[in-house]
Design a protein around this ligand. Structure first.
Ligand SMILES: [Zn+2]
Length: 293
């Protein structure tokens, strides 16, 4: 029997997305300035083991290790020549771990600069950058494309257009917000309602939020309410961090427990959020508690 489409599956059952990849790779020895994408080629067993741990925790959406996988981000390490090969590999590794009952989300992060007029990149150039990465993720077996950790609705629109031009896969788009006196806004100042509307209008099937700047678990619940209002019945996704980061002895710690994250997940579902997962500081233990909830 073939796998139902992600859109169908969303309607049938609560789905749990996976949690942080970066946090897990750092625990496995990755250094801060290292290129995480290179691990797909050099440490594939480690990447697969992280995917497998999330899969075993009950996550049905497995995200490829390709956050910094555009040629512009790889160029920071002088590794842009590997763009197609490493993105295809990232999707293949995730697909092996996902198996027949989970979907692979081909991960696309920010391209690392600003669009015109703040930066030098035109929307057409950006679309081309994203197209190269997304085509490779699709070739490796991605079931959907996830455009994530976004601040600029125009960058999201370029990502969604790029995906729709080279694949027929559904596109998920997530923005990162901070709390301001005038409500939740992206780094570019965009409100939840405006960000979500523009992403759905661009053609994203599922829209939501991941990560966040200094947001507490209560903030994520409030954000979930705003998102559900703005989505107006369309599918949504929220991937909170494990609470607000705390600086302890010079290093950053995320302290929310699996039980606290599970309680939040239950509340988010009650508010109408379709898919819940995790971002910075979350581990397979957090995601197992969320999936159970
Ligand atoms: Zn994060």
């Amino acid at each position: 029997m073939s796998k139902p489409s992600l859109a169908e599956a969303c309607l049938l059952t609560p789905l749990t997305c996976d949690g942080a990849m970066g946090t897990q790779l750092i625990q496995r020895g990755m250094t801060v300035d290292e290129c995480g994408m290179a691990w797909n080629a050099n440490r594939p067993d480690d990447i697969k083991a992280v995917h497998q741990a999330y899969r075993d925790a009950g996550c049905r959406l497995i995200t490829t290790n390709s956050f910094g996988g555009t040629r512009t981000m790889l160029a920071r390490h002088g590794l842009e020549g590997n763009t197609t090969a490493w993105n295809t590999l990232a999707a293949r590794i995730a697909a092996e771990a996902a198996g027949p009952d989970a979907w692979v989300l081909g991960d696309v992060g920010p391209f690392g600069d600003f669009l015109e007029p703040m930066g030098d990149t035109t929307p057409e150039e950006l679309e081309d950058i994203f197209r190269e990465q997304i085509a490779a993720l699709a070739a490796g077996g991605a079931d959907a494309i996830l455009v994530e950790t976004m601040s600029d609705p125009e960058e999201v629109a370029a990502g969604v257009r790029a995906a729709l031009s080279v694949t027929s896969l559904p596109v998920i788009a997530t923005f990162t917000y901070q709390k301001t006196p005038s409500g939740f806004r992206t780094m570019m100042g965009t409100t939840v309602a405006d960000a979500m509307r523009s992403a759905y209008d661009a053609g994203a099937a599922i829209v939501g939020s991941n990560c966040g700047t200094d947001l507490s678990l209560d903030d994520y619940l409030e954000l979930g309410r705003r998102m559900a209002e703005a989505a107006d019945g369309r599918p949504t996704i929220l991937q909170p961090n494990a609470g607000a980061p705390q600086l302890i002895d010079g290093s950053i710690h995320y302290r929310a427990t699996p039980e606290e994250m599970a309680a939040l997940a239950r509340q988010l579902r009650a508010e109408g959020i379709t898919i819940v997962g995790g971002c910075c500081g979350t581990s397979p233990a957090h995601l197992a508690a969320i999936a159970r909830a």
